[in-house]
Design a protein around this ligand. Structure first.
Ligand SMILES: Cc1cc2nc3c(=O)[nH]c(=O)nc-3n(C[C@H](O)[C@H](O)[C@H](O)COP(=O)(O)O)c2cc1C
Length: 209
């Protein structure tokens, strides 16, 4: 009987959105939310974390290996660590501030450093040790003004994804030349493309431990 239950058990794919912009209903929020809607329409379980609502202390470069904890600090970063350990896909959205991620996203990135610490191995050599074992897919949403290059922000985000075991599968860029809150909602094509990304990630194979 137990075997039959395992055979027919549907493994639900978990997708977590992380929103870096402080502006609720702004472009980053709307786009990440639309991707999550697409993922939910495909049967995924979704969650959404607003970095601006969270209390995340800046990394102090303490140099102490926190193992088995993720970090010596215990604050709202725990919600991010939990998402990184338990999701199949991460949808990270950031506004471009001075060419790169904004401060809220950077706090989270720096606090991910101990997820791949540089440690002495059993054979006496030193190397990076990956602590987040669960491989995930990642979507990165970048929102900027017109003509903004994305090379700097992408270099930063690729570093985070490497450290947290996320394979970057989609980059979604939205550039605008207005000051209107959430102007992307008027761009039906962009909103449709965002929804479709969500549908695509809901079709990926969930992680099996
Ligand atoms: C402090 C700050 C710095 C910014 N720096 C840039 C920048 O370097 N390049 C750019 O294209 N837009 C820049 N912007 C504009 C934002 O990227 C843009 O308003 C974006 O839509 C913000 O995302 P949101 O609508 O989700 O809040 C900046 C905005 C702020 C507030």
């Amino acid at each position: 009987m137990l075997e039959i239950w395992f055979l027919f058990r549907v493994v639900t794919l978990k997708v977590c959105g992380i929103i870096g912009s402080p502006r609720k209903n702004g472009n980053v929020d709307l786009l990440v939310s639309e991707i999550l809607k697409g993922a939910a329409s495909g049967g995924a379980e979704t969650c959404k974390l607003y970095l601006s609502d969270m209390n995340i202390k800046p990394c102090q470069s303490c140099g102490i290996d926190p193992n088995p904890k993720h970090c010596l600090f215990e604050d709202d970063m725990e919600q991010i660590y939990d998402a990184l350990e338990n999701s199949d896909s991460i949808v990270l959205g950031s506004p471009v501030y001075f060419d790169t991620v904004n401060a809220q996203v950077k706090l989270m990135i720096d606090r991910s450093n101990c997820l791949m610490p540089y440690v002495k191995k059993a054979d006496g050599t030193y190397g990076f040790e990956r602590r987040v074992k669960r491989p995930k897919k990642g979507v990165f949403v970048a929102v900027s003004g017109k003509d903004q290059k994305l090379d700097t922000i992408l270099a930063t985000v690729k570093g985070l994804f490497l450290w947290t075991n996320i394979e970057l599968v989609e980059i979604f860029a939205y550039a605008h030349d207005d000051n209107e809150l959430g102007s992307v909602k008027n761009d039906k094509l962009k909103m449709k493309q965002a929804f479709e990304i969500g549908v695509r990630i809901s079709e990926l194979e969930p992680f099996k431990s």
